[in-house]
Ligand binder design. Structure first.
Ligand code: NAD
Ligand code: IPM
Ligand code: MN
Length: 368
C-alpha cells in the first residue's frame, strides 16, 4: 500500500516558521506510529510570485488536485500589497479553494482550559467553549461577477457582487447538518435576510434542506450582525454556525479571540469526495502571515499543528490519532508553555516557535 500524500505549501511570513513545526509532528507519526506520509513541498503566495511571477504556478495547482491533502501556512505581506489584484499572494490561495472546489470551510473555536484566562472576554463566558463555524468558501462576494473598479463620470466606483445559487447554499448546509449530528445537534444559520436577497435565498434553502433531510437537528436563524454580538455575549449558546464566505471570514476571526489568540485557530477546507472516497481537502491556520512578528521565532505554531490534526481526522480517518495530537497540545498548554501571543501571567517567559513544536513532540512521546 502506498503512503497517503501531502502537499505542503508554507507560503509567506510566519507560514514557513509554523510549518517547520508541523513537519516535526508529521515525522513523529511516521517514526513512532508507523503512519508515514509522502510529503512534497512547493511555493504559494508571495514566495511563488517572487520565483514565477504568479502566486500559484499551474504545476502546483495540478499537484494540489492530485494529492490526498494540502497543508498551507499563510500567504501575503506588505511587500506585495501594491501588486495588481490578479497576482496578489491571496489570489493563489483563492485559486486553490476555487479550483479544488473546497466549499465547506470548518473553523472550530475551542477554548482550552489552560487558556480560559487569555480571552479578552470573562473566563466563565469562554471556559469549555467548543463551537464550529462552517464558512462557505468558494462563492459569494469573494467570487461574484461583476467586480472591479470602474470609472463613472469623474468618479471611480468599486464593485463586488454577492451571488449564491441554491445548490451552493444547499451543499454547505448539508455539511453543517452532518457535522452537527456528530456534535451537539444544533445549527444556527447566519445571513442578512433583512437587507439582502441572497440572504433571503440562503435562509429559504437552509430551511428546505433542514425540513427534507435533517429534521432531527435543531435549526435556528440569526442576522449576522446580531450573531456577531451573540458570539461575544454568550458564545456557548452555539454548536455549529453556518454562514457565507464573507460573514464567515469575519465571524471566525472574532471567534479566535474567544480561544485566547488567533494563533490557536485551525481550519479544514473540504470539497466533494475523490475517487478514493477522501474529500478534496486543504488544511490551514485561520491566521495570516503576521508580518509584524515574521522571522523572529515568536509565532504560535499551534493553529497550524491543530490543522494537521484536522487532516488526520477528516482526510485520513485517524480520529484517535487526531485526539492524541490535540491532547498533546492541551498538555503543553496545561504545563504552562506559552508563545508570546499568549502571555499575560506574571513571571512566565515565552517559548519560541521551535520550542513549542518540540514541547508538542515531547508530549506525543509521553502519550505512547
Ligand atoms: P494576521 O493574521 O497575519 O495577523 C493579525 C495579528 O495576529 C498580528 O498582530 C499577528 O502578529 C498576530 N498573529 C497571527 N498569527 C499569529 C500566530 N500564529 N502567532 C502569534 N501571533 C499571530 O492578519 P493581518 O495582519 O491582517 O494580515 C497579514 C497578511 O496575511 C495579509 O497579507 C493578509 O492578506 C494575509 N492573510 C493570509 C491568510 C491566509 O493565508 N490564510 C489569512 C489572513 C490574512
Ligand atoms: C482567511 C483569509 C483569506 C480570506 C484571505 C487571505 C484570502 O483572511 O483565510 O481567513 O479572506 O478568506
Ligand atoms: Mn480571514
Amino acid at each position: 500500500m502506498t503512503n497517503p500524500s501531502l502537499l505542503i505549501l508554507p507560503g509567506d511570513g510566519i507560514g514557513p516558521e509554523v510549518m517547520a513545526e508541523v513537519r516535526k509532528i508529521i515525522e513523529w507519526f511516521g517514526t513512532k506510529r508507523n503512519m508515514a506520509f509522502d510529503v512534497s513541498e512547493d511555493l504559494v503566495g508571495g514566495a511563488a510570485y517572487d520565483k514565477h511571477g504568479t502566486p500559484l504556478h499551474d504545476d502546483t495547482m495540478a499537484k494540489a488536485q492530485e494529492v490526498d491533502a494540502v497543508l498551507l501556512g499563510a500567504v501575503g505581506g506588505p511587500k506585495y500589497e501594491a501588486l495588481d489584484f490578479s497576482v496578489k499572494p491571496e489570489r493563489g490561495l483563492l485559486r486553490l479553494r476555487k479550483e479544488m472546489d473546497l466549499f465547506a470551510n470548518l473553523r472550530p473555536a475551542q477554548c482550552f482550559d489552560a487558556l480560559a484566562d487569555f480571552s479578552s472576554l470573562k473566563k466563565d463566558v469562554v471556559a469549555g467553549l467548543d463551537i464550529m463555524i462552517v464558512r462557505e468558501l468558494t462563492s459569494g462576494i469573494y467570487f461574484g461577477e461583476p467586480r472591479g473598479i470602474i470609472k463613472e463620470g469623474n468618479e471611480r466606483v468599486g464593485i463586488n457582487t454577492q451571488r449564491y445559487t441554491e445548490s451552493e447554499i444547499a451543499r454547505v448546509a448539508r455539511s453543517a447538518f452532518e457535522l452537527a449530528r456528530k456534535r451537539g445537534n444544533k445549527v444556527c444559520s447566519m445571513e442578512k435576510a433583512n437587507v439582502m436577497e441572497s440572504g433571503v435565498l440562503w435562509r429559504d434553502v437552509v430551511t428546505e434542506v433542514h425540513q427534507a433531510e435533517y429534521p432531527d437537528v435543531e435549526l435556528s436563524h440569526m442576522y449576522a450582525d446580531a450573531g456577531a454580538m451573540q458570539l461575544c455575549r454568550w458564545p456557548k449558546q452555539f454548536d455549529v454556525i453556518v454562514t457565507d464566505n464573507l460573514f464567515g471570514d469575519l465571524l471566525s476571526d472574532a471567534a479566535a479571540m474567544l480561544t485566547g489568540s488567533l494563533g490557536m485557530l485551525p481550519s479544514a477546507s473540504l470539497g466533494a469526495p475523490m475517487a478514493n472516497g477522501r474529500p478534496k481537502a486543504l488544511y490551514e491556520p485561520v491566521h495570516g502571515s503576521a508580518p509584524d512578528i515574521a522571522g523572529q521565532g515568536k509565532a504560535n505554531p499551534i493553529a497550524c499543528i491543530l490543522s494537521f490534526a484536522m487532516a488526520l481526522r477528516y482526510s485520513f480517518d485517524l480520529g484517535a490519532e487526531a485526539d492524541r495530537l490535540e491532547a498533546a497540545v492541551e498538555q503543553v498548554l496545561a504545563d504552562g508553555k506559552r508563545t508570546a501571543d499568549l502571555l499575560g501571567e506574571e513571571g512566565v517567559t515565552p517559548v519560541s516557535t521551535g520550542e513549542m513544536g518540540d514541547a508538542v513532540v515531547a508530549a506525543l512521546d509521553a502519550s505512547i
